[in-house]
Design a protein around this ligand. Structure first.
Ligand code: ADP
Ligand code: MG
Length: 270
């Protein structure tokens, strides 16, 4: 579904991505794990062309993504984003926020007038049902909790009916229980609808719990690629240089006591 070859991204002299090769299979839920500054956001931004790669190639469904406006329009229809800070419009209703996911598919006059066809309203409702927020559809979005706002963010992404969802630290602003709920909604929807997800995270325990595959990124390079059960202490050391053994062990769900060590870690990274 996504094929990345030799992706380099420089900001001036600084090389944020140092030659990334990556394949994401159709329908896969891939977690990109790495510390703050590793280049995770830059990677997602290059995939959807919010950032222009310095060199290298990105293919979606076998087609090379180029920077011309026709390619970009097609790309933006196929790829939806979920952001750390939700990016919802606070004063709009929950349903209107979800409907903004339909704007790219609508005739421009209707979208300018904010007149939504019945079909799009039905899609928005169905997406709200998936994140169990149907009963909040008419409320102003700023009356919702953080976790609910991110569920609106998920519903908006789903309303776009994308092939791919790129989620950039979608739970970095949420508490552990809410984080798991939000990630569960995202994973379940993507599985049921066959949507490919690339989800950036910096929390080891969530990566293990939700990733079907994990790609570890450190200082602009892929330093690990494998299933969650292959994420060894040695691999964690490569992703998080300086992580002490105790932290790595405590981060293992099987070792119990995962939360305290990891939360501290998550806060440090946030
Ligand atoms: P992550 O999402 O893993 O925290 P980022 O992709 O945001 O990492 O950033 C990777 C590196 O690139 C960081 O060192 C960051 O400071 C740098 N960087 C990111 N965006 C820009 C930018 N627009 N201009 C200059 N440097 C940037
Ligand atoms: Mg980031």
């Amino acid at each position: 579904m996504i094929k990345i070859r030799g992706l380099i991204k420089r900001y001036g002299e600084f090389e944020a991505l140092k030659g990334i090769d990556l394949d994401v299979a159709p329908g896969e839920f891939l977690v990109v794990l790495g510390p703050s500054g590793a280049g995770k956001s830059t990677l997602l931004r290059c995939i959807n062309r919010l950032a222009e790669p310095t060199s290298g190639d990105i293919f979606i469904d076998g087609q090379r993504v180029a920077g011309d406006s026709a390619s970009l329009r097609k790309l933006r229809c196929q790829v939806a984003m979920i952001f750390q800070h939700y990016n919802v419009v606070p004063r709009l209703s929950v349903q209107k926020n979800v409907l903004t996911g339909r704007l790219g598919a609508m005739p421009s006059l209707l979208s300018w007038l904010q007149v939504f066809p019945c079909k799009d309203i039905a899609i928005a409702r169905e997406c709200l049902r998936r994140v169990e927020l149907e009963d909040k559809a008419e409320l102003r979005t700023d009356t919702l909790s953080g976790g609910q706002k991110q569920r609106v963010g998920i519903a908006r992404a789903l309303a776009q009916q994308p092939k791919i969802i790129l989620a950039d630290e979608p739970v970095a602003s949420l508490d552990p229980k809410t984080s798991r709920t939000v990630l569960s909604y995202l994973k379940q929807a993507s599985r049921e609808l066959g949507i490919t997800v690339v989800c950036n995270l910096h929390q080891i325990d969530y990566a293990r719990e939700f990733g079907e595959r994990i790609v570890g990124v450190s200082a602009g390079r892929v330093v690990f690629e494998g299933r969650p059960d292959e994420l060894s202490d040695a691999a964690l050391q490569r992703i998080y240089p300086g992580l002490d053994e105790g932290d790595a062990r405590r981060s293992s769900p099987s070792a119990g006591m995962a939360e305290p060590a990891l939360h501290q870690f998550a806060l440090e990274e946030a």
